[in-house]
Design a protein around this ligand. Structure first.
Ligand code: SAH
Ligand code: SF4
Ligand code: F3S
Length: 421
């Protein structure tokens, strides 16, 4: 049987794509292997969102070129593959094939041609074996935020038919998945023949075996009250909203083409906090956007103080060739970008720690994810919001939901003890 080694960079959508690709390969007789040097096929699923992500992938791909055994193939797939196409094969000799994010539907046909005569003994097909899994509900993006490469590499927005999604969720539930995370660049604009995103959540919640539902990402411009009310009414929905704000300055938000103001964003936060007072709200920040002044950055810091996010992903702006912002000339110096990013990270990290510390003594509902490999009896879990947890207990398995109390925190993890249900 041929072996495949797959490495994934980028967002959860790429993780979902990699899982789909792996599943397709299993039907062609492949098994996964942990050692790339022994694989017949090495696949690197790439991200283009920042230059750094591309650089890391290139380093890894070059390593794999040196490592791969004679006769093995190296395929580069995903967003950077879409952006650069066959140019990558010239840049990095040893890459055998480039399959862009928008062509992954052809993976079956490509595999059948590259590895003819392979087919699975269906009794041996692997599953990821995880209790929590991702499901893409949409492809692409139409928002064209001026800094972002995603619409170019992922193409226009389209919603996957609800029936297809529900079938996929049922199948996963049958394989032991208990929590699904619904993925799209802007899940709020999901629409399939009159079924909107809140309707889809209700359909997913009705699938037997599914105990928890998460989703990402909500664009603030489309995050509506119907969605928040649906979450509040549906106990399977986790209490976590990821609502990327990017900046606290109206001038910068407008240049970014985000189509909301800082005041609109604050209104959304107020609406969420009034309907879901205990929800974790997390965000993304992008600092050092062209022309960002100290005053703009101060506005971002003011928003951080005011909203007190549970957590945030924070990035320095990276020019992406072909985007509108790539033509903006008044760029911010690297040293200033780095300084602002550090200030922001320091401030937000302190708030995150305060939020976690405030959890000590509280009751939480955990779902077990899997074993913490380093220590016996210790399990990794996730609370009803976005927090990672560790808990020592027996007689549980991935997917078990249990009641616990937070006894202390360690970095960005809550350490819990089991309590009576
Ligand atoms: N669809 C999601 C974001 C997907 S990209 C949304 O609209 O919120 C994830 C994050 O990467 C973005 O929120 C942004 O903060 C960051 N990002 C995107 N393009 C970037 C760039 N050119 N430089 C730095 N960070 C970027
Ligand atoms: Fe990029 Fe904006 Fe689309 Fe998000 S909504 S993927 S930031 S263009
Ligand atoms: Fe995701 Fe990176 Fe592509 S963030 S959509 S893998 S460019």
């Amino acid at each position: 049987m041929p072996y495949v080694f797959l490495q994934t960079f980028g967002c959860q959508m790429n993780v979902a794509d990699s899982n789909d690709v792996a599943e397709r390969l299993f039907t062609h007789g492949f098994q996964t292997i942990g050692d790339p040097g022994k694989a017949d096929l090495i696949i690197v699923n790439t991200c283009s969102v920042r230059e750094h992500a591309e650089r890391r992938a290139r380093v890894r791909i070059a390593e794999f070129c040196r490592m791969k055994k004679p006769g093995a193939q190296l395929w580069v797939i995903g967003c950077m593959a879409e952006r650069l196409g066959e140019r990558l094969m010239k840049d990095i000799p040893g890459v055998d094939r480039v399959i862009g994010a928008r062509s992954l539907g052809r993976i079956d046909e490509i595999t059948a041609r590259a590895f003819p005569g392979q087919h699975a003994d269906f009794t041996g097909i692997e599953t990821t074996g995880e209790a929590s899994d991702f499901i893409s509900i949409m492809r692409g993006c139409n928002n064209y935020c001026s800094y972002c490469i995603v619409p170019y590499v992922r193409g226009p927005e389209s919603s996957i038919p609800a029936a297809t999604i529900i079938d996929a969720v049922r199948k996963k539930a049958g394989q032991g998945v208990r929590e699904v995370t619904l993925l799209g660049q802007n899940v709020n604009s999901y629409c399939d023949a009159g079924i909107d995103f809140p309707d889809l959540i209700r359909e997913v919640a009705a699938v037997e075996g599914i105990k928890r539902i998460r989703f990402t990402t909500s664009h603030p411009k489309d995050c509506c009250e119907k969605l928040i009310r649906t979450i509040a009414d549906e106990p399977k929905c986790c209490r976590h909203i990821h609502l990327p704000v990017q900046s606290g300055s109206d001038r910068v938000l407008s240049l970014m083409n985000r189509r909301y103001s800082a005041a609109d964003y604050r209104d959304r936060i107020m609406m969420i906090r009034s309907l879901l007072p205990k929800a974790d709200i997390t965000t993304d920040f992008l600092v050092g956007f062209p022309s960002e002044t100290d005053a703009d950055f101060e506005a971002t810091l003011a928003l951080v103080e005011e909203v007190r996010f549970t957590g945030a992903f924070m990035f320095a702006y990276s020019v992406r060739e072909g985007t509108v912002a790539a033509n903006f000339v008044d760029t911010v110096a690297d040293a200033i970008k780095r300084r602002r990013l550090k200030m922001l990270i320091d401030r937000q990290t302190a708030i995150t720690k305060e939020k976690y510390s405030a959890m000590v003594g509280r009751k939480v509902q955990l779902m077990i994810r899997g074993r913490q490999l380093k220590r016996d009896r210790l399990w990794m879990a996730r609370d009803y919001g976005c927090k990672r947890a560790l808990i020592a207990c027996d007689d549980v398995q991935a997917g078990t939901i249990l009641q616990a109390e937070v006894v202390r925190t360690s970095g960005m993890t809550i350490i819990c003890e089991r309590t009576a249900p």
